[in-house]
Design a protein around this ligand. Structure first.
Ligand SMILES: [Zn+2]
Length: 456
């Protein structure tokens, strides 16, 4: 049955791929990349309009292609491939703003806003984040349209503004103003990709949860006075002592099923006692010493627990006066499911009685996803057709994407691009952002099969 299914998928895929030749897809990709949507200006409207035109030219009904947003320069695109109306739609989500990039910072004469093909890679700002998925989704919508594919569920595409920064976030705006247009059973988004080691695929990452971004203000005031007669009382010293205690704070580790699968998958990338510790945690039979060893790695530590770190400090008002006020910013990334009230209580304990600790703004909790859901099983099955034997690994994002906003609005989100990069390579937001040409084209096929499978 499995073999038969695989053959069937391959046949219809290769047949249908001709519906949008690679050249046409790369044209779409290039067009989207070369429309400058870099923050902070980040005018997404021309990009949304260009992609709308592509869909309309491919035969989408104008009633199913909509440009909407809070401001003339912050428009989003929403498009719908009509299905048989069985069940809620699936949502394909990608942001079309990008992080700023300056030609003088890039090497080899690369222009971040011109798509350059070199040595098997495409270089450009947004070549991955997130114009790869955005243009793939557009091309795949066109492909399904040309094939006359009628899914059970509608397939909705949303290309959105202000994910990277800015305060007119497209997803937030759509949830608040056009919930009906984007409501879905499940959404696919950025957040994780695949990894190669020595040219072979070895992990397919799926972002299933995200840490919650939450900032706390530490504030301490005192009487001050003349700096020529200092006493023991000094708010800068007291704050420094509190932050020093904070640097030692280690919140509880959470070794849940997703973490176990993640550690099992990364164990082969390490050697010696670290590899043994990863395997032990993956089995759920670890010692305190092994947990301590993993926690010494910032990357692994961030996967295990909530982290809180001092990121800014200011205080004092004159070179010759005792300080009257000190303020520190403490940025936490809260483990999904952990209560911010617990984190706040821990920070207050560490800060001591005199320092006032206050959360900044309200927190937006983000619960973990079900890693055994039918959606996850579908991702695993489709991934197997593309990269046989490559384990699908749930990943918790330590940063933040728009996925959390949808999850908080009750729409499950899986972050999976299927874009494979060499293990450890990460140029997103940095200089010389690039994607292997083969990875981009494979991802396009993977996301096509996945959208079809989820909508069927
Ligand atoms: Zn992104």
């Amino acid at each position: 049955m499995k073999k038969y299914l695989f053959v069937m998928l391959c046949c219809c895929a290769s047949l249908a791929r001709a519906q949008v030749p690679d050249k046409e897809f790369i044209d779409i990709y290039r067009e989207l990349i070369e429309i400058d949507t870099a923050q902070p200006e980040a005018n997404t409207t021309p990009a949304a309009q260009a992609m709308a035109k592509r869909l309309l030219d491919a035969g989408f009904d104008p009633r199913d292609v909509e440009i909407a947003g809070p401001a003339p320069d912050r428009q989003n695109l929403i498009a719908r491939l009509r299905g048989a109306g069985e069940g809620k739609p699936i949502l394909l989500l990608a942001h079309i703003d990008v992080v700023a990039a300056h030609k003088e910072d890039w090497t080899g004469g690369l222009d971040p806003f011109k798509l350059t093909e070199r040595d098997g890679y495409y270089y450009a700002r947004g070549s991955i984040d997130d114009k790869a998925m955005a243009s793939i989704f557009v091309a795949n919508m066109i492909r399904m349209k040309r094939e006359g594919f009628r899914p059970k569920r509608d397939i909705v595409l949303a290309l959105t503004a202000d994910e990277e920064s800015g305060n007119r976030n497209g997803v937030e705006w759509l949830i608040r103003n056009r919930r009906d247009a984007i409501d879905a059973q499940v959404a696919l988004n950025e957040g994780a990709g695949g990894s190669w080691r020595h040219g072979k695929p070895f992990i397919q990452g799926v972002q299933v949860a995200e840490k919650v971004y939450h900032t706390f203000d530490f504030e301490l005031t005192g009487p001050g006075g003349h700096s020529s007669v200092p006493g023991r009382d000094n708010v800068i010293y007291d704050m420094a002592a509190a932050l020093s205690r904070l640097s030692e704070l280690q919140l509880p580790a959470h070794v849940d099923d997703a973490a176990k699968r993640f550690f099992a998958a990364v164990a082969p990338t390490e050697t010696g006692s670290l590899a043994a510790a990863l395997e032990a945690v993956a089995r759920g039979e670890y010692t305190d010493a092994q947990l301590k060893e993993l926690s010494a790695s910032p990357r692994l530590n961030a996967q295990l627990r909530t982290t809180c770190v001092a990121t800014r400090i200011e205080g004092g008002h004159a070179d010759n006066a005792l300080p009257q006020r000190v303020h520190a910013t403490v940025n936490c990334r809260i483990f999904p499911g952990e209560k911010s009230s617990f984190v706040e209580a821990e920070l207050k304990r560490v800060a001591g009685d005199r320092i006032r600790v206050r959360p900044r703004g309200e927190e937006h909790p983000s619960g973990p996803m079900d890693i055994n859901s039918p959606f996850m099983k579908t991702i695993e099955r489709v991934s197997e057709t593309m990269w046989p034997g490559t384990p699908v690994v749930p990943i918790m994002g330590t940063g933040a994407t728009d996925g959390a906003k949808l999850r908080n609005a009750g729409i499950p989100v899986y972050g999976v691009s299927g874009i494979f990069l060499e293990y450890g390579e990460n140029r997103l937001h940095g200089q010389d952002e690039r994607v292997p040409v083969k990875s981009l084209l494979d991802s396009r096929e993977f996301l096509y099969r996945l959208a079809r499978a989820l909508a069927s």
